[in-house]
Design a protein around this ligand. Sequence first.
Ligand code: NAD
Length: 293
Amino acid sequence: MEVGFIGLGHMGVPMVRNLVAAGMRVHVYDLSKPAMEQASEFGCVATNSVPELASRVDVVVTMLPKPAIVRAVMCGAEGILAHSKKGSLVIDCSTSDPQTAVELEGLAKASGQHLIDAPVSGGVPGAKAGTLTFMVGGSEFGFAAAQPVLSAMGRNIVHCGPAGSGQAAKLCNNLLLGVSTVAVSESMCLGERLGLSPDVLAKIINTSSGRCWVSEIYNPYPGVVKDSPASNDFLGGFACDLMIKDLTLALDAAHQAGQALPMTATSKQFFQLVSQQGDGQKDISAVVKLFKK
Ligand code: NAD
């Protein structure tokens, strides 16, 4: 199977590795030369532009930072939709917003292609292990056609509803990730001040009612989870600036829908503070530094 993949960042590289491991021939494109070189080293076919990539394959996957970039890569004379074959499938795995997903599906349909939104959860560990959750919005046809590609990268592939539903589910999930990262940071740092060992406290939380994905898999307190960004100077993982983007998208969607999100709004300010202090590219666990002794 010939697949195209655009966006070889923290998530894209391990996702592409799994496509190659599943026996697919993967054509890649990214603005970053080192990322392209890395992908070529494990068997991907480098392309020089979006049009070149789009015209070669039957399925294009995008894993890009934010809606404006997704639109730029999809639309216009140099975009995927202008160069993909008729009947081909575009799978946008970026975290974007429901409105963008609906508009892009309409544009794809008008030019004879299929497009689904399929944002992911599971972070870099899930991308590496091939255990991502895909939240899919779009037609039944697109959902079915995407199965071979998505199942090579993930374990739970859920059809959430029509176009935009995947992005809606993703925003609901990520606001919880943001809020719980701040909450676990508060708890771990209170424990430190009260003289508790971080390892003991994490063990207690993870067998008690405070347990959550962040406390267990992605604990922001350095040293608690080996090989996590928090244990590696907050490098790799999910950048604070991307979390700010996701929380802003959730707040915008809530504003349009008339829904109050006070915890999301407050959490966003903590990540904004981290970014303001120069750590916007560090992992979201860097928020713990605001509370640490
Ligand atoms: P990243 O910043 O590490 O990677 C983005 C990649 O896109 C970079 O390699 C960049 O060079 C490339 N890029 C940017 N503009 C481009 C363009 N015009 N053409 C081609 N390539 C371009 O981001 P990431 O952490 O891999 O996240 C990607 C997406 O996945 C985001 O939408 C993010 O919100 C979402 N996400 C991330 C995580 C995570 O844990 N990192 C988890 C779930 C979802």
